[in-house]
Ligand binder design. Structure first.
Ligand code: URA
Length: 438
């Protein structure tokens, strides 16, 4: 077998065999052929796509390039959720303890944020003492004891993805369904859960801005997951505006944990509540804890309202060394002081948000990374007070910006303002859940 023949075959539109795909992935990971040949291979895939069998083989080769967790030792049904990422997406912080309280085992491997999207791992680092790195044995022991654990994905999980993703980033081959599928599923399968629910976000703050492309990706993810024996389900959700009110690490963590307090399901930002309870209910239903969506949702609401999920969250964070002061509204997390209040420029209705720009406003203050190695300020953030369809009067506060550096906050405010479009006539609010694929 040789790499040139494989590139040529793919260029001519032929279906590659499992062995040929494995040869490419293993060879590139082991530096057996140069980067320019891998770039050419990726571009032929971008143009000619991959069949389901090829996508499954690509996923398998990337999965087997690294370590895989053995979740068979866990005593219950295991389930996980993957979000394709967005602005203000703190769902995992509520979902893991809720799902654990519903009887599932939730071993979550999480990543960092890049560009306008935030990562769960960065949010967890805002908690004093929280350990994001531990060996697999301890990770699984906490998952077994507490029901959930969230740690950083180490370099030993799907290392081929790390190398291939870096090359895709600089060869215009990121936006390619089979390559995205291999990348996401190799990492998710490595964590070993039996059930995987995907939160596939679409809109201006999402990775997939277009619903047709999102559907194509969803179908490929489900097919690949099922090929590897997983139970799969996809929820399509709106990312045309930030999720919840908080954007930024410490303040998103506070918003998520506060929403879990008993009685707060009714008062927390409803877009966050609706999406979280839906995704947890989907995990519960698909894993087989409850037979249908209604009973699953009922169970989720019961453990949320009783305060049991809140207690479970405290146990999980404590088990990973995190120190939370539950008596304080901010749980003892450090948040930067208020630096700037953004005012509505005129009367009207919020018609549109360029959600990506809202995420980049956080980067202006050092709260998001433009490059992987950028340091992060976990204390700065934005309180986002408006949702599409809300009416405002000129001078109303539409966002509060928290930052130690006032000039940086002012720059972020300018960006935020240019991200908003107002209308004189009424605007329909956005639905949170757009569709499903089961
Ligand atoms: N997220 C991933 O992990 N990989 C991709 O290719 C795209 C989004």
């Amino acid at each position: 077998m040789n790499i040139l023949e494989i590139i040529e075959a793919k260029k001519q539109g032929h279906e590659l065999s499992d062995d040929q795909i494995r040869f490419v992935v293993d060879g590139f990971t082991a530096d057996e052929f140069p980067v320019y040949q891998m770039s050419a291979f990726l571009m032929t895939v971008w143009f000619n796509g991959m069949t389901s069998a090829e996508t499954a083989a690509l996923t398998g080769a990337m999965l087997e390039s690294g370590e895989q967790l053995d979740t068979s030792t866990l005593s219950g049904l295991s389930a996980d959720k993957h979000s394709t990422g967005g602005v203000g997406d703190k769902v995992s912080l509520l979902l893991a303890p809720l799902a654990a309280e519903c009887g599932l085992k939730v071993p979550m491997l999480s990543g960092r944020g890049l560009g306008h999207t935030g990562g769960t791992l960065d949010k967890l680092e805002a908690i004093p003492g929280y350990r994001i790195h531990m060996d697999n044995e301890e990770f699984l022991a906490i998952t077994e004891q507490v029901g959930c654990a969230i740690v950083g994905q180490s370099g030993t999980i799907a290392p081929a993805d790390g190398r291939i993703y870096a090359l895709r980033d600089v060869s215009a081959t990121v936006d390619c369904v089979p390559l995205i599928t291999g990348s996401i599923m190799s990492k998710k399968l490595a964590a070993g859960p039996e059930t995987i629910v995907i939160d596939l976000k679409t809109g201006s703050g999402a990775f997939m801005t277009d619903m047709d492309k999102a559907r194509e990706l969803a179908a490929a993810l489900v097919k690949t997951g099922r090929h590897y024996g997983r139970k799969m389900s996809v929820v399509f959700s709106d990312m045309d505006q930030p999720l919840g009110r908080a954007i930024g690490h410490a303040n998103e963590t506070i918003e998520a944990f506060d929403a879990l307090r008993p009685g707060h399901r009714q008062t927390a930002p409803q877009d966050l509540v609706i999406l979280t309870e839906d995704l947890v209910a989907e995990m519960v239903r698909v894993a087989g804890v409850k037979p249908d969506r209604e009973q699953s949702l009922e169970l989720v609401r019961e453990v949320w309202d009783s305060g049991k999920a809140f207690e479970r969250m405290m146990s999980w964070v404590g088990a990973q060394g995190g120190q939370l002061d539950q008596e304080r509204p901010d749980f003892g997390l450090e948040v930067a002081p208020l630096a700037f209040e953004l005012k509505a420029p005129a009367d009207g209705f919020l018609a549109k948000v360029n959600c990506r720009e809202a995420g980049l406003a956080l980067a202006d203050m050092g709260g998001a990374r433009r490059k992987v190695e950028d340091p992060l300020d976990l204390t700065c953030g934005i309180d986002w007070l408006l949702q599409v369809g809300d009416s405002v009067s000129a001078g109303d506060t539409v966002a509060r910006i928290f930052c130690k550096d006032v000039p940086a906050a002012t720059k972020a405010a300018d960006r935020l303002l240019s991200a908003l479009e107002f209308s004189n006539s009424e605007v329909k609010p956005h639905a949170v859940i757009l569709d499903r694929l089961e």
